[in-house]
Design a protein around this ligand. Structure first.
Ligand code: DC
Length: 229
C-alpha cells in the first residue's frame, strides 16, 4: 500500500486527536497535532505576559516567534506524542482552560499561522502522516489523499471536554465549557485567514452518536480504500 497524507479537520473537542492518534499508531504513521502547536504558542504568550485582559501584544509576539521551538516526542507510557516547548514538556498545561480561553485568538493571527503551516508542511513532506486541525485539508495539504471533516453537536462536545477535564482532576463548569466551545467555533469559522471549512473532497464524519470503536473501524476502512487507490 502506498504511503499517503491523512488530513483530519473539524470542530474543537470532537475527538479528532484521539482518532488521529489511534489511527497513526495502528498504521505506523507519524501523528501531528496541529492544535497543540497553536496551544503552545498561546501558552508561550501567556507565560511572557503578552496577553493582558484578552488583548494580545501582537508586535511583541511577532518579534518572538523564532524563540518558540515546538517539538513532539513519543511518550512510551501513553504510546502518544507529548508536546514540548523549547525542550520542556507542556502537554498538560496546553490543555488547561486558561490556554483554551485564548488559543483561538492567537491562532487567528496571520504571522502565527504562517509559521505553523510552514513547520507542518516540513514535518509532513515525507508522507506517512496523520495531521489533525482546522485547515489541513484546505490549506496545509490541499492534495492530501484522505480528508475527513469531523463534527458533533456543541452540547456533546462540551460534555466530552467536561468529562476529560474532570477525569484529570480539574474543577470545571459545564456551562463555561459549552460557552468556550461555541465561542471557539465562532472564531474558528469566521476568522479571516484559513477559517475552519470543509474541503470539497473531504468525507464528513458526524460522531455525535458513534462509539470510539465505531469511529476507528470507519476510519480504517477509509484509509484502506485510499491507500490502495
Ligand atoms: O484542536 P484544538 O482544540 O487543540 O485547537 C486549538 C485551537 O487552535 C483552536 O481554537 C483552533 C486552532 N487551530 C487552528 O486554527 N488551526 C489548526 N490547524 C489547528 C488548531
Amino acid at each position: 500500500m502506498k504511503r499517503i497524507t491523512i488530513a483530519i479537520d473539524g470542530f474543537s473537542s470532537c475527538g479528532k486527536s484521539t482518532m488521529a492518534k489511534d489511527l497513526a499508531r495502528e498504521i505506523g504513521y507519524v501523528y501531528i497535532d496541529t492544535g497543540a502547536m497553536y496551544r503552545t504558542v498561546a501558552l508561550y504568550a501567556l507565560r511572557q505576559g503578552l496577553i493582558v485582559d484578552g488583548q494580545i501584544d501582537e508586535a511583541a509576539l511577532r518579534s518572538q516567534m523564532d524563540r518558540i521551538g515546538i517539538t513532539f516526542r513519543l511518550n512510551e507510557e501513553t504510546g502518544r506524542p507529548d508536546t514540548f516547548l523549547n525542550g520542556n514538556c507542556v502537554e498538560g498545561e496546553i490543555r488547561s482552560m486558561e490556554v483554551s480561553r485564548h488559543v483561538s485568538r492567537v491562532a487567528a493571527l496571520g504571522f502565527v499561522r504562517e509559521a505553523m503551516v510552514e513547520q507542518q508542511r516540513r514535518m509532513g513532506q515525507e508522507k506517512g502522516v496523520v495531521l489533525d486541525g482546522r485547515d489541513i485539508g484546505t490549506v496545509v495539504f490541499p492534495d492530501a489523499e484522505m480528508k475527513v471533516f469531523v463534527t458533533a453537536s456543541a452540547a456533546i462536545r462540551a460534555q466530552r471536554r467536561f468529562d476529560e477535564l474532570t477525569a484529570k482532576g480539574e474543577t470545571c463548569d459545564y456551562d463555561e465549557i459549552l460557552r468556550n466551545v461555541e465561542e471557539r467555533d465562532r472564531i474558528d469559522t469566521t476568522r479571516e485567514i484559513a477559517p475552519l471549512r470543509q474541503a470539497p473532497d473531504a468525507v464528513v464524519l458526524d460522531n455525535s452518536h458513534m462509539t470510539i470503536e465505531g469511529q476507528k473501524e470507519w476510519l480504517m476502512r477509509l484509509y484502506q480504500q485510499r491507500a490502495a487507490e
